[in-house]
Write a protein that binds this ligand. Structure first.
Ligand code: ZN
Ligand code: ZN
Length: 412
């Protein structure tokens, strides 16, 4: 077996792209000045990756599950549990979780404002949270956390729950909050609990002084909870259970932290890390370097590349790639002989399109023990002739663990 190293997966969200006319037909990755990536490619291997499968346009959450070595078709729990974990609410197999909004309704449950004016202070959010968190409805425990503005996450914990229920959010003002209905007979209990919860949120929140003060100030009261994105924590084994590896996530966005925690990674907090271009790349590099001796596997996520792509902002995408390159350069300089690293994206988000697409993404696999192929620069075009060929997202984890000496030999 290879000697033991730490495996690092570095993802620039939405990295893959298409030729951009403003860049003379180059892609942002091809255009960007990336001396580190080019050095790593020339010393290691590159290829293309269909993260979920050929022709499949990935959502970020499902894509990350694949990159962590899970079949998303078997293990994708829906958005709720991933958001809940990202917000700091733990979930376990069987729990049903939701994303939520504070909203404003009149006495007939007609929605007046789906976001209760949006401006909810953290003090107000905390009051609303305390009024709901810890409630018991039948034998089900309600756990609720306020995140930012009008948003939060909610977990139902108890026996016999199912996510196969209809939405309560009418997604429009002037319409009544919808009754939750079971889609399958096994979800009858969950639908009943949700309807009761909506009712209780209205009673408890209407009675709060905080809401009376909001009305006095001319603000809409936050007097009902709207739930969406329901999903159930599935019985998927964690990475530790599958491979005996201790894993860390270093990310700014709640969804990425949550998806990583869902498979058992520990969140390592970095001061100044955000989901934007203003994230502190130097602090991330230092934290990765410090974490190498404590973890077997580290997942590092940069969101700015995808934000720039959705905004059609090619310069910002190039900048995010160049800053990532400098950051990885620092990591390689400090701990290059102790790691194996894969560098890629979770999907393509071409800046000319502004949406995720099914184009495969370029990937680098590097370690001082990995033999080189003939590619010498990191971009979509060159990666198409790299030694890795075209792989799938779920191939990345075994490649990293194999070269970092963390998978047993198969057979005698
Ligand atoms: Zn993404
Ligand atoms: Zn995106």
């Amino acid at each position: 077996m290879e000697s033991k190293r730490t495996a690092i997966l570095f993802i620039m969200d939405g990295l893959g792209d298409r030729p951009v006319p403003d860049l003379n037909g180059k892609t942002p990755l091809e255009f960007a000045n990336t001396p580190t990536f080019d050095m790593l490619v020339s010393q290691g291997q590159s290829g293309l990756m269909d993260v979920i499968g050929p022709g499949i346009t990935p959502g970020s959450d499902a894509a990350h599950l694949a990159l962590f070595g899970y079949d998303p078709y078997e293990n994708y729990p829906g958005r709720g549990p991933l958001e809940a974990q990202g917000a700091g609410l733990s979930t376990k197999p069987g729990d049903v979780a939701f994303r939520s909004n504070f909203a404003t309704v009149d006495e007939n449950f007609i929605v007046q404002d789906r976001r209760a004016g949006r401006e909810i202070s953290s003090e107000e959010g905390e009051i609303l949270q305390h009024a709901l968190d810890g409630l018991e409805i039948e034998d089900v425990l309600v756990r609720f956390i306020h995140t930012v503005e009008h948003r939060g996450a909610l977990v139902l914990e108890g026996p016999g729950l199912s996510p196969r229920i209809t939405d309560v959010d009418p997604h429009e003002t002037g319409k009544r909050v919808l009754e939750c209905k079971p889609v399958v007979p096994e979800a009858e209990k969950t639908a009943r609990i949700v309807n009761k919860l909506i009712q209780l949120s209205n009673e408890k929140w209407n009675a709060l002084d905080m809401n009376k003060k909001r009305i006095e100030r001319g603000l809409p009261p936050a007097n009902v909870i709207l739930l969406r994105g329901q999903g159930q924590h599935m019985d998927s084994p964690t990475l530790f259970e599958r491979y005996g590896i201790k894993c860390a996530v270093i990310a700014g966005g709640a969804l990425y932290i949550g998806t990583a925690k869902y498979v058992g990674m520990e969140h390592v907090l970095v001061e100044g890390q955000t989901g934007t271009i203003d994230t502190n790349f130097d602090n991330i590099a230092s934290k990765v370097i410090d974490s190498v001796e404590n973890y077997d596997y580290i997942f590092v996520h940069i969101k700015a590349t995808d934000n720039a792509s959705h905004d059609h902002d090619v310069n910002q995408k190039v900048l995010a790639i160049e800053r990532s390159d400098q950051m990885i350069g620092k990591i390689i300089e400090a701990v290059g002989d102790r790691i194996v690293i894969a560098i890629s994206g979770d999907h393509s988000t071409p800046v000319t399109i502004g949406e995720h697409t099914c184009d495969p993404v370029p990937i680098i696999l590097w370690g001082t023990n990995i033999r080189p192929d003939k590619t010498i620069t990191f971009c979509e075009l060159e990666s198409s002739i790299g030694g890795l060929g075209t792989i799938r997202g779920h191939d990345v984890l075994p490649l990293l663990l194999g070269y970092s000496g963390q998978i047993e030999k198969f057979g005698a």
